[in-house]
Design a protein around this ligand. Structure first.
Ligand code: BT5
Length: 269
């Protein structure tokens, strides 16, 4: 069982007490789905689900996240904040910063951020983030935020499906250095634990790091909503992590992640 080895390795980096809320699987449909099921069963704040592979890894807006066995990290953390304030819309961006910090600490390379939820190295996507909300059908006071992170760690470039080969990469393919998945997963858990403690008041370090790594700013982009494609220039990241854009007709707007994607006009970024 890969999951047994994974657990043994992970426990070299994580205390026995913390390991009790970490659940490791060989294969699941989606770690975010398992996290929702566990949330419904009362799983505590900080519960972690990790899988060696996913059969239905999910991205935003019903897209999929390719999640083969043996070389990626597919991890979801259950977060149970006391209140659900407007600031929850920035949790994906906070999670991106936590993932950047973990990769920087273990791999010595600092990924860029493509607003709002992609981490890139050399302009290729190596990580995607999907945050979702679970609300109990019985009580709106019983809710959880699911932080889902997928990282291509040791994937070879030609292992990606053809349609992803121009946009996707892995940490190994970009740096030439093999990375220990349990070590990186452990650091990611540590950074997400710090994030839970920082949420929502200690926003500034997250905003500073996000702005520092966000390569979308200054680029010509297309803002894609369900019924519209509009050309714009990305002008900056606002303090609520929304993207400040100026459309071609001169109108300024702030866009938030929910229903919108962006593409560079020159390339994926
Ligand atoms: C994301 O969505 O990138 C969010 C991905 C979140 C995955 C994690 S894994 C753990 C947890 N459980 C889940 O089921 N999901 C989360 P989005 O920004 O919508 O990007 C999706 C797009 O990225 C796809 O349409 C492809 O173009 C591209 N893509 C798919 N798989 C990829 C991969 N492995 N690496 C890089 N790009 C990929």
């Amino acid at each position: 069982m890969v999951s047994d080895e994974y657990r043994n390795e992970l426990s070299r980096f994580i205390s026995a007490q913390r390991m009790t809320d970490i659940h490791i699987f060989d294969s699941v449909d989606s770690t975010n789905n398992i996290a929702k099921q566990m949330s419904a069963q009362g799983a505590p704040d900080g519960t972690v689900i990790i899988a060696d592979s996913q059969t239905n890894g999910r991205g935003r807006l019903s897209r999929s996240f390719v999640s083969p066995a043996g070389n990626g990290i597919y991890l979801s953390m259950i977060m149970r904040p006391k209140l659900l304030s407007d600031s929850i819309s920035s949790i994906t961006a906070w999670t991106a910063v936590a993932a950047v910090r973990a990769i920087e600490s273990v791999c010595g390379i600092i990924p860029d951020i493509k607003w709002v939820n992609d981490l890139l190295i050399n302009n290729r996507k190596i990580c995607g983030i999907l945050s979702e909300l679970y609300i109990s059908p019985n009580s709106s006071a019983d809710f959880a935020v699911i932080l889902g992170i997928g990282i291509n760690v040791n994937t070879e470039e030609n292992d990606f499906p053809t349609d992803l080969q121009q946009i996707a990469s892995s940490i190994f393919a970009s740096t030439g250095t093999y990375v220990s998945r349990p070590q990186l997963a452990a650091e990611l858990i540590k950074q997400l634990d710090i994030l839970r403690a920082d949420w929502p008041d200690n926003s500034l370090p997250y905003l500073e790091k996000y702005r520092n790594r966000c390569i979308t700013v200054g680029k010509e982009i297309v803002v894609i909503s369900p019924d519209d494609h509009r050309s714009a220039v990305a002008e900056g990241v606002n303090s609520d992590f929304s993207l400040s854009v100026r459309y071609d007709n001169g109108t300024a707007a702030s866009i938030s992640g929910g229903e919108v994607s962006i593409r560079g006009t020159q390339s994926y970024i």
